[in-house]
Design a protein around this ligand. Structure first.
Ligand code: ADP
Ligand code: MG
Length: 257
């Protein structure tokens, strides 16, 4: 299991400070949900942790600064599924998911039988087996989102970074994806960091939460400490009622003003 932490992360894009002084700590095997209004900086935070954009500060996995790792080493430790990546329209679902195996395939070599088996099994678990030979240009939004997730899961990294993994999914597939990630977390000890715009979903799956506002950490802690009516009013401008469910987890319900 891998601990993930970040110290004093800041990101400047086009001369604008989009993320400022963000710190986080996730214990190996835990699930952190990052929440915040549109434009708060959630995707930027995930990209910085994934190392796909320049940042100041430090991201550490088990105490090792990620920026010191070679891309291949980093890809074995950390899998990242972007919110809506550009997908090559002519590539098949299978070949795209197989890209997740790249860090294990020797330079100038071919994928092994094992790489293909892992890929096939991930596609199967995401209901994508029937789509394996279809090209990405011919998929629905929800199918595309599951393919992006499949690539990240095929990477079999101990740290999984998922940016809004369920936005395009119907309710059944939302539950399937979240349950699958949670099962992998429990079975294999994956450390999971997701942005999730659905606050009730976030409260249901996360061990801890972080609320980002204007590129800074506005609150962090247990779901019940972050999902409060006051914080949601202040940072989302939404009137809600928070009710604790029988499992002790907070549920967020919109109230008519
Ligand atoms: P979130 O995921 O919370 O909705 P983002 O992290 O995508 O927010 O974006 C945070 C802020 O950074 C937004 O105001 C967005 O417009 C801005 N932003 C994102 N990318 C760029 C960019 N390349 N140049 C300038 N500003 C950007
Ligand atoms: Mg985003």
């Amino acid at each position: 299991m891998s601990d993930v932490s970040a110290r004093d992360l800041s990101v400047v894009l086009d001369g604008r400070t989009v993320l400022s002084g963000v710190g986080l700590q996730v214990r190996g095997g835990d699930w952190l949900a990052v929440i915040g209004a549109n434009g708060a900086g959630k995707s930027t935070l995930l990209k910085a942790v994934a190392g796909v954009l320049p940042y100041s500060g430090e991201v550490l996995i088990d105490g090792t600064p990620v920026r010191r790792l070679k891309p291949r080493e980093r890809a074995r430790l950390l899998a990242y599924a972007p919110q809506s990546p550009a997908l090559p329209a002519d590539m098949t679902v299978f070949d795209y998911a197989l890209l997740g195996r790249t860090p294990y395939i020797p330079y100038l070599g071919r994928e092994s039988r094992h790489d293909r088996d892992v890929t096939a099994s991930v596609l199967d678990r995401l209901d994508l087996a029937p789509f394996a030979d279809r090209t990405l240009g011919h998929l629905s939004g929800g199918e595309r989102q599951r393919v992006v997730l499949a690539r990240a899961l095929a990477q079999q990294a101990p740290v999984l970074l998922l940016d809004e993994p369920t936005t395009a999914l119907d309710l059944g597939h939302q539950q399937q994806v979240l349950e699958l990630v949670d099962r992998l977390r429990l079975a294999d000890g994956l450390t999971v960091v997701t942005t999730l715009h659905d606050l009730s979903v976030a409260g249901q799956y996360a061990d801890s939460m972080m609320l980002i506002s204007g590129g800074r950490v506005a609150a962090s802690g247990a779901p019940a400490d972050v999902l409060t009516e006051k914080l949601i009013d202040t940072h989302f401008g939404a009137r809600v009622r928070v009710a604790t469910g029988p499992d002790g987890r907070p549920g967020v319900h919109l109230e008519r003003p």
